[in-house]
Design a protein around this ligand. Structure first.
Ligand SMILES: *Cc1c(COP(=O)(O)O)cnc(C)c1O
Length: 376
């Protein structure tokens, strides 16, 4: 069989994402008796209590029955929360699925999307394996650069993706920056603002994107239950836009892609999020201060801002640092894949884990420096 001949050129040249191995294999590989996950920006508190109860009490016979194909009840609840009719919301199997639906809905080969070079890579990947050019603009001071993005627009540009706050740098655009950008873009193309970490944001000038949709009907907002809501394992994300835009994106979305338990848990999470958000934010604030201080003491540069994560510049290659920390049961994210070689990204978690992380990091840095000192 001539498999090569079957494959579109843009798929032939595309390398599949390699997910990390399961924890039990990694623990064996690195000889680590415990493994603290600091790699995926998950919430160590898990989902809010009401969602935890729904998950624990899930009736097995319900698993035999298809879910609501369009997440009816969850969309109603999100609509009430956001002050939008439910038809302006589309729920997906994680926001990664809605990224794919939006690109399929608006782009065909020959078109392009614009985003940053150092951001969440799924926008770029989906575009590329779909035959759509991904135009990547450099960050400016570790933040999305509105002018650089505007400069790359041409008549084939369909979508601009802004990750706000940005993963991995934690930078965020204020309301004014976003409004200016939307005005400059005009209404001939879609602007997606990915707010995966919005519930962590402390900046009072952070935009109310849902409010801005009346003025900018080309604005589409992504949110997720994977981060603050602690439901990453169940895969629920959604987008909000005008009814017209959402109607188009629905055409390229797979119905029934969000499972029953995920829908029920997300609904419960939404109705019980107040204390959970406050507790998670307190924990992240504390972790950010602790790791930030420790890195300052060690003379390690950090980049962070909003969000439950911090980037740290390592004195050695990030993959080597990853291995050293893995042997101590600390799983961080290497940043070479984000085009930040020599950096790691660390999820901010509860105090006990952060203390152990800081300890492990300090010991490794000491060892590396002693060795480098001897070599020199
Ligand atoms: C984690 C994350 C998401 C969430 O993806 P899901 O598919 O909803 O789990 C989306 N965007 C960014 C920037 C993220 O970091």
């Amino acid at each position: 069989m001539n498999l090569e001949a079957l494959i579109p050129e843009y798929v032939r040249g595309f390398q599949a994402y390699v997910p990390s191995k399961p924890d039990h294999l990694l623990m064996r590989e690195y000889g680590a008796p415990v493994l603290h996950r600091l790699n995926n920006n998950e919430n160590p508190l898990g989902p809010p209590p009401a969602a935890a109860r729904v998950i624990a009490a899930f009736p097995p016979e319900r698993a035999a029955v298809y879910p609501s194909g369009d997440c009816h009840d969850l969309r109603q609840a999100l609509g009430v929360r956001l002050g939008l009719v439910a038809d302006r919301i589309l729920v997906g199997n994680g926001s990664c699925e809605v990224i794919s639906s939006v690109i399929k809905a608006f782009c065909q080969p020959g078109d392009n999307i614009i985003t940053a070079d150092k951001t969440f890579a799924v926008y770029e990947w989906v575009a590329e394996f779909s035959g759509i050019e991904a135009r990547l603009t450099p960050l400016h001071d570790y933040a999305f650069d509105p002018q650089a993005m505007l400069d790359r627009i041409d008549r084939h540009t369909k979508i601009l993706f802004v990750c706000n706050p940005n993963n991995p740098t934690g930078s965020s655009w204020s309301r004014q920056v976003l409004v200016d950008f939307l005005e400059q873009v005009g209404d001939d193309r879609i602007v997606v603002v990915d707010e995966a970490y919005r519930e962590y944001v402390e900046d009072p000038d952070y935009p109310d994107t849902v409010g801005l949709m009346e003025r900018f009907p080309n604005l589409v907002v992504f949110r997720t239950f994977s981060k603050m809501y602690g439901l990453a394992g169940l895969r629920v994300g959604y987008l909000a836009g005008t009814e017209a835009v959402v109607e188009v994106v629905r055409r390229t979305s797979v119905a029934y892609s969000v499972n029953v338990q995920a829908q029920q848990a997300a609904l419960a999470a939404l109705e019980d999020d107040c204390e959970h958000i406050a507790a998670t934010r307190a924990l992240v604030r504390q972790g950010k201060a602790m790791v930030g201080d420790a890195c300052r003491d060690l003379g390690l540069e950090t980049v962070g801002g909003e969000g439950n994560y911090l980037m740290i510049r390592t004195p050695i290659n990030d993959m080597l640092m990853y291995r050293r920390l893995m042997r101590r049961g600390m799983m961080v994210r290497t940043m070479t894949g984000f085009r930040f070689p020599g950096w790691i990204r660390v999820t901010l978690r509860e105090r006990e884990v952060m203390e152990r992380f800081v300890e492990a990091l300090a010991e490794e840095v000491d060892m590396i420096r002693n060795k480098q000192g001897v070599a020199a």
